[in-house]
Design a binder for this molecule. Structure first.
Ligand code: GSH
Length: 212
């Protein structure tokens, strides 16, 4: 599918941006990438605040609108394109959303770099120890949620869903912070399968990292 005027304002290492890159790739939507350099604080600059009042990435400009919040963006794409990232049945939909939220609304906000840096500045922890602690706990909960349903190729059966789009960036982050994934048999196996899908592989931070 060729679409014109699609721009993703993102940062290569941002897991919320990584989710949206996966979604766009899965749909075959080609887009221009406009990096917002989180290290230099560009997210709090006037230009980014005008498109993303929370001073965050990602923002997706598509169909003449500017969308923020990665899950809202993915749900928009799911509704306006043929994505089928949510099962048709209400219970399945609720389960996929619950798995997605367990990552995007439980692990991610606590492990945002600014939160971890603030905690470390208050004393008694380091950024690395903070990340390891909350990612380990959060992924253990995720594994327990997965194990309540029969095994499938992916998080919910054999079709890629929103939960899978959340899982892969979270596993990337876990590796980045040296989290032991040894107890996450199902999540690790699912992530390994997903990482082989070209749309997921092409969204990997190392593949989109701007060359200096
Ligand atoms: N819930 C938001 C989270 C967005 C978010 O936290 N983005 C991070 C990068 S992953 C960010 O922009 N951080 C910049 C900062 O904290 O200053 C979403 O899913 O889009």
């Amino acid at each position: 599918m060729t679409e014109s005027d699609v721009t993703l304002f993102d940062y290569w290492r941002s897991s919320a941006s990584y989710r949206v890159r996966i979604g766009l790739n899965l749909l075959g939507i080609s887009y221009a990438s406009e990096p917002v350099d989180l290290l230099s604080g560009a997210q709090r600059g006037e230009e980014n605040l005008a498109r993303n009042p929370q001073g965050l990435v990602p923002t997706l400009s598509i169909d003449g609108v500017e969308l923020t919040q990665s899950l809202a963006i993915l749900e928009y794409l799911n509704e306006t394109r043929t994505a089928e990232w949510l099962p048709a049945d209400a219970a399945g939909k609720a389960r996929v959303r619950a798995l997605s939220y367990a990552i995007a609304m439980e692990i991610h906000p606590v492990c945002n770099l600014r939160v971890a840096r603030h905690a470390a500045a208050l004393g008694g922890t380091t950024v690395e120890a903070w990340m390891k602690h909350f990612i380990t706990d959060g992924l253990a909960d995720f594994e327990a949620m997965l194990s309540r349903q029969p095994d499938g190729r992916f998080c919910h059966g054999d079709q890629v869903t929103l939960a899978d789009i959340c899982l892969v960036p979270q596993i990337y982050n876990a590796r980045r912070w040296g989290v032991n994934l040894g107890n996450l048999a199902r999540a690790s196996a699912i992530s390994a399968r997903l990482e082989e899908i070209p749309a997921f592989a092409a969204a990997h931070p190392d593949r989109v990292c701007p060359q200096s």
